[in-house]
Ligand binder design. Structure first.
Ligand SMILES: Nc1nc2c(c(=O)[nH]1)N[C@H]1C(S)=C(S)[C@@H](COP(=O)(O)O)O[C@H]1N2
Ligand SMILES: [Mo]
Length: 509
């Protein structure tokens, strides 16, 4: 690339940055819930092919949104550079790229469930701006190229650089204003501080001392909230105001019911420990956590609405349009599926669904744990398809019986003699009956089980093995209270959750 091409690329990047920032600023007033950039991010997540999504979760885990943002910025910068060069080479070809960009932004905004009619203003205004300023800046570059004597050339260079520098300054200052504006518009800290949790009418079963086994490397029995895994499709975490939050029960019901946050908080709330697990969790993975949840049983709310006899599913919807399809049965049976407002004794964090989410013992999160929930539609599996079900996952998602070795870590070196292994096993809503460990292909040996908090939570285990110097493979498996043994055959997370035994390697000596 020659010097002029570099300058044209720079012009393209500056123009697109100005357009993007203008769009964000305008959206702060015309469409606070959906801006062009967040809409493109969210739409990208929704459209991303399944294998890519899984790879992103595997590689970046909870940092997947940050990774997406960085990728988006890089891709947009490259396209912007191309638009600048194209415009220089051929009038209006760069403009065409900017228009195309804006159409994509417009489509993304339009696809968002939180979009309002005025949400289209920002991408359209951005397009108009880009169409005006890109040719203007590129014309200055042409003037520079066409300059015939040194004085004219110096003048043209100054004019180009001043305009480009001004554009960059506008983008930086505008970007700063737009982020500040957002934090002023939504006083995030205040939203959560406004909530005081009532005392539960039924407390969580006290945790017996014997439920935790002291051993270096064991996970905490109750996962600290800030270490709890987070998985969702939300490019920006929804900030829902409890003052305006409402939950509707619709669909195949005798009567539609609506409940607001104050009403929900005035109900008799129960507190329970429930271990939540993600269907994307690979064997031995850490997309699982145990917390106490304070909430109102969903069956009580459904009873007020009166589900029809032929209904078999509840489609729950989040403010951001995400949906889960949960069997009606598990929301009405004796298990404590709740509309949770509290997690580990505090209001839900925004990332975990503030102000209200669902927690259903025994089901993977993708079919049950709707965060920022605002609607429960009583319906039939035959009639509705939830978010992940359209993307290759099974419609029903009971958590599979599983176990994990937490200590020692895979690849650890230990001295010969007695080695104590430890970890967790889970079979939510059935309960773990036994855990066994195996050295290489040797016999299965029983592990010692900690006491369970309840059948809805994971259970700790330890086992001692005696090993001489050498390399070993150590494996764990669990049996549930129905007598079912954890499946040995390997299956990937798609479509209904991973199976296979977790193994680690250790070297002794
Ligand atoms: N609104 C919304 N709720 C959601 C999701 C989502 O993408 N959007 N993901 C679900 C999935 S796949 C899981 S595993 C759990 C994770 O809950 P956590 O992030 O609080 O751990 O939330 C569920 N609830
Ligand atoms: Mo999940």
């Amino acid at each position: 690339m020659n010097r002029t091409s570099w300058l044209a690329a720079l012009a393209g990047i500056v123009v697109v940055a100005v357009v993007a920032v203008a769009g964000e600023l305008l959206a702060a007033f015309t469409s606070p819930a959906v801006s062009p950039i967040t809409a493109v991010g969210s739409a990208t997540i929704d459209l991303m092919p399944q294998p890519l999504k899984e790879w992103a979760i595997d590689t970046f885990g909870t940092a997947d949104k940050a990774a997406l943002l960085v990728t988006m910025v890089l891709v947009i910068a490259v396209l912007a550079a191309i638009a600048g060069i194209a415009e220089y080479k051929r009038r209006y070809s760069g403009v065409a790229i900017i228009v195309l960009f804006s159409l994509i932004g417009l489509a993304a905004v339009y696809s968002r469930p939180q979009a309002v009619p005025s949400s289209v203003i920002a991408p359209i205004a951005g397009a108009v701006l880009g169409v005006i300023i890109l040719p203007a800046l590129i014309n200055r570059l042409r003037a520079l190229k066409a300059a015939e004597d040194p004085a004219e050339s110096a003048m043209a260079r100054r004019r180009f650089l001043v305009a480009t520098g001004a554009g960059a300054a506008v983008a930086v200052i505008g970007g700063y204003i737009s982020t500040t504006l957002r934090s002023v518009q939504v006083n995030v800290a205040k939203l959560r501080a406004s909530v005081t949790l009532p005392a539960p009418s039924s407390r969580a079963q006290p945790i017996p001392d014997e439920a935790s086994i002291p051993l270096e490397g064991m996970p905490e029995l109750v996962t600290p909230t800030d270490e709890f895994y987070r998985i969702d499709t939300a490019f920006t975490v929804p900030r829902v105001d409890p003052e305006t939050w409402k939950l509707k029960v619709t669909g195949l019901v005798d009567r539609e019911v609506e409940i607001d946050f104050a009403e929900l908080m005035s109900k008799p709330l129960i507190e329970r420990y429930v271990t939540l697990a993600c269907v994307s969790n690979p064997v031995g993975g850490d997309l699982i956590g145990n917390a106490s949840w304070l909430g109102w049983p969903i069956r009580e709310l459904l009873a007020e609405a009166g589900p029809a006899g032929d209904a078999d599913m509840v489609l729950s919807t989040s403010t951001d349009g995400w949906t889960a399809g949960t069997p009606l049965e598990v929301l009405t049976d004796e298990r404590d599926a709740v509309l949770a407002v509290g997690m580990n004794g505090a209001p839900l964090p925004f990332e975990h669904g503030f102000p209200v989410r669902m927690v259903v013992p025994g089901l993977y999160g993708y079919v049950s744990a709707t965060k920022w929930v605002t609607e429960l539609k009583v319906t039939r599996f035959a009639d509705e398809v939830a978010y992940w079900t359209t993307r290759g996952w099974t419609a029903r998602g009971p958590i599979k019986l599983s176990s994990r070795i937490d200590t020692p870590r895979d690849g650890a070196n230990r001295p010969p003699g007695k080695l104590r292994l430890g970890g967790v096993a889970w079979a939510q809503h059935v309960g773990v009956r036994a855990v066994e460990v195996q050295v290489d292909d040797g016999p299965w040996q029983p592990a010692e089980l900690a006491e369970a908090i309840s059948e809805d939570t994971w259970r700790q285990w330890v086992a001692d093995v005696v090993l001489e110097p050498g390399e070993y493979k150590l494996t764990v498996r669990a049996t549930d209270r129905n007598g079912d043994v954890q499946i040995a055959d390997f299956a990937p997370p798609v479509p209904s959750g991973a199976t296979g035994h977790h193994s680690i390697s250790v070297s002794i000596g």
